[in-house]
Design a protein around this ligand. Structure first.
Ligand SMILES: [Zn+2]
Length: 245
């Protein structure tokens, strides 16, 4: 059973995904239960980033009704592998810093393809990695690692406290998809430090950390963004009225 704060956050996130759908050539459906599992791993692995691999859930294809609702004006149905299916269960593949996290351990690499498939081998269709206390915008190392991804690459930015050695970093360029309480307006300078002391809490991690915000993006190796919708166990986007019942 997924925590209620996360279900509420997923609902708000999906509303934004729907509003912005014309800005994306494709979308993916990620079960919110997987996101909760990944958050647990992420906090247990601090201060490292973690890398997660996924394959499409072949038993759960995306219905025409959902495609109709979620696709944008310039939708492409053939952008990446596994596009017709809900994303399957997550596998924790690696942990490390922002560079080493993409170099997966031997046992996860498909030896048939490893030599020509980059640092992550060919083991999974989709990938996600975390940015602890950093915005979800791809670094150069992220973009390089994604060149061999057949599905999509996702980045999960997690803003939490206590922060440890690396405070929240938000001065990056790129399209952001934050998921946080409305009143948490970023402020600059001294006021920023003051506001950090009492910023709203979105939810709690299993480790006891306060989660102040999440950011989730997906992108294709060609550099275009891919829209994300969070779904329940039946593959239904959470909080999207026109698809309920
Ligand atoms: Zn990264």
């Amino acid at each position: 059973m997924v925590a209620s704060w996360l279900v509420e956050a997923a609902s708000a996130y999906n509303q934004t995904s729907l509003e912005k759908r014309d800005g994306y050539p494709a979308f993916v459906l990620l079960p919110v239960g997987h996101l909760e599992t990944i958050l647990g791993w992420a906090f247990q692995s601090l201060p490292d980033e973690i890398l997660i691999g996924f394959d499409p859930l072949q038993t759960m294809s995306i219905s025409d009704e959902i495609i109709e609702t979620c696709q944008g004006a310039d939708h492409r149905s053939d952008l990446f592998a596994g596009q017709a299916f809900v994303i399957g269960e997550p596998h924790l593949v690696n942990r490390g810093d922002s560079f080493s996290v993409h170099h997966v351990p031997e046992e996860w690499v498909d030896e048939l393809f490893a030599s020509d498939r980059g640092s992550r081998g060919a083991r999974f269709t989709h990938w996600m990695h975390t940015h602890p206390n950093c915005v979800a915008i791809p670094s150069t190392a992220d973009a390089d690692a994604a060149q061999y991804t057949e599905g999509v690459d996702m980045i999960l930015g997690i803003e939490f406290s206590p922060e440890g050695p690396l405070p929240w970093f938000e001065d990056a360029e790129g399209v952001r998809r934050p998921l946080k309480p409305e009143s948490d307006e970023p402020k600059k300078g001294w006021g920023s430090w003051m506001s950090r002391q009492r910023r709203p809490v979105l939810g709690r991690a299993s480790t006891g950390h306060s989660i102040h915000g999440l950011e989730l993006i997906a992108f294709h190796r060609t550099g275009v963004g891919v829209n994300v919708l969070l779904v329940d166990d039946d593959g239904q986007p959470i909080g999207i009225d026109s698809l309920e019942n």
